[in-house]
Design a protein around this ligand. Structure first.
Ligand code: AP5
Ligand code: MG
Length: 240
């Protein structure tokens, strides 16, 4: 290899080390995946790809996928893997995902995890995944889910108990009236937790076994958790 080519290659390698790459935020309903993803977006300028948000957008738009997903989401069950993988595949092809992306709520089954692993393995020059699992206890999760309110315009996430708006019921950023998700009831939360334990817990173990994995305590201030996630991602990324 010529000196010039070697320098170019070195430059590419240095650049790769500064790219966030694919980050997976794993954790039960309400642990703060969406909240943390929004913090990381501000820091790294890579997109948040939330399968829950994408599915809800399909429901709102009345697409074929949305019509299938609506009742499944309402019951707290998981949308079939093939449909979710197809939706994620399309989203990953968008140009803003080139430097990396934060997957929030995906993969949620071993089938989805194996699909993502195979996709990245087949992609020349793809950066390896870093997976972060956020932990919060059951009672705290229930309080977070039932207290959550969302801005329908900018998607800011609030909580009437622990993260309230300045003016009750209205977004601090947009001033829009906040809404509550249809699946944010105690009954549906219990079903979502059952689905998490049965189908998503094995995904956490899958990524733990792969090594590029960190676990963070999600029962602390939002900015403290975000700083720990950033430190973990930077440490794991340097592992190569
Ligand atoms: P999805 O939208 O992904 O829901 P979820 O996994 O149940 O997670 P949540 O969005 O409820 O919680 P979160 O972890 O994002 O917490 P947040 O930051 O909002 O999925 C919904 C449904 O879509 C699924 O049930 C399924 O049907 C379907 N689906 C989605 N992805 C799928 C997939 N891959 N495969 C198949 N089906 C799929 O925070 C929660 C609350 O806590 C907020 O009020 C927030 O203000 C508060 N909070 C956050 N952090 C803190 C903190 N540090 N301290 C205090 N309060 C905090
Ligand atoms: Mg979310």
């Amino acid at each position: 290899m010529s000196a010039l080519m070697a320098a170019v290659e070195q430059g590419r390698e240095a650049e790769r080390k500064t790219l966030p790459g694919p980050i997976l935020l794993l954790g039960a309903p309400g642990v703060g995946k969406g909240t943390q993803a929004k913090e990381l977006v501000k820091l790294w300028g890579i997109p948040q790809i939330s399968t829950g948000d994408l599915l809800r957008a399909n429901v709102a738009d009345g697409t074929t996928l949305g019509r299938t997903a609506k009742e499944i989401i309402g019951r707290g069950e998981l949308v079939p893997d093939v449909l979710v993988n197809e939706m994620v595949a399309a989203r990953l092809l968008e140009p803003d995902a080139v430097r990396g992306y934060i997957l929030d709520g995906f993969p949620r089954t071993l089938v989805q995890a194996c699909w993502l692993d195979a996709r990245l393995a087949a992609q020349v020059g793809a950066l390896p995944v870093v997976a972060v699992s956020i932990q919060v206890n059951y009672n705290q999760l229930l309080r977070r889910i039932t207290g959550r309110r969302i801005c329908p315009v900018c998607q800011s996430i609030y909580n009437i108990y622990v993260n309230p708006t300045k003016k009750e019921g209205f977004c601090d950023v947009e001033g829009a009236e906040l809404i509550q998700r249809d699946d944010d009831t105690e009954e549906v939360f219990k079903e979502r937790m059952r689905a998490y334990a049965a189908l998503t817990s094995p995904v956490v173990e899958h990524y733990r076994d792969q090594g590029r994995f960190a676990e963070v305590d999600g029962d602390r201030p939002i900015e403290v958790i975000a700083a720990e996630i950033v430190a973990a991602v930077e440490r794991l990324r340097l592992q190569g």
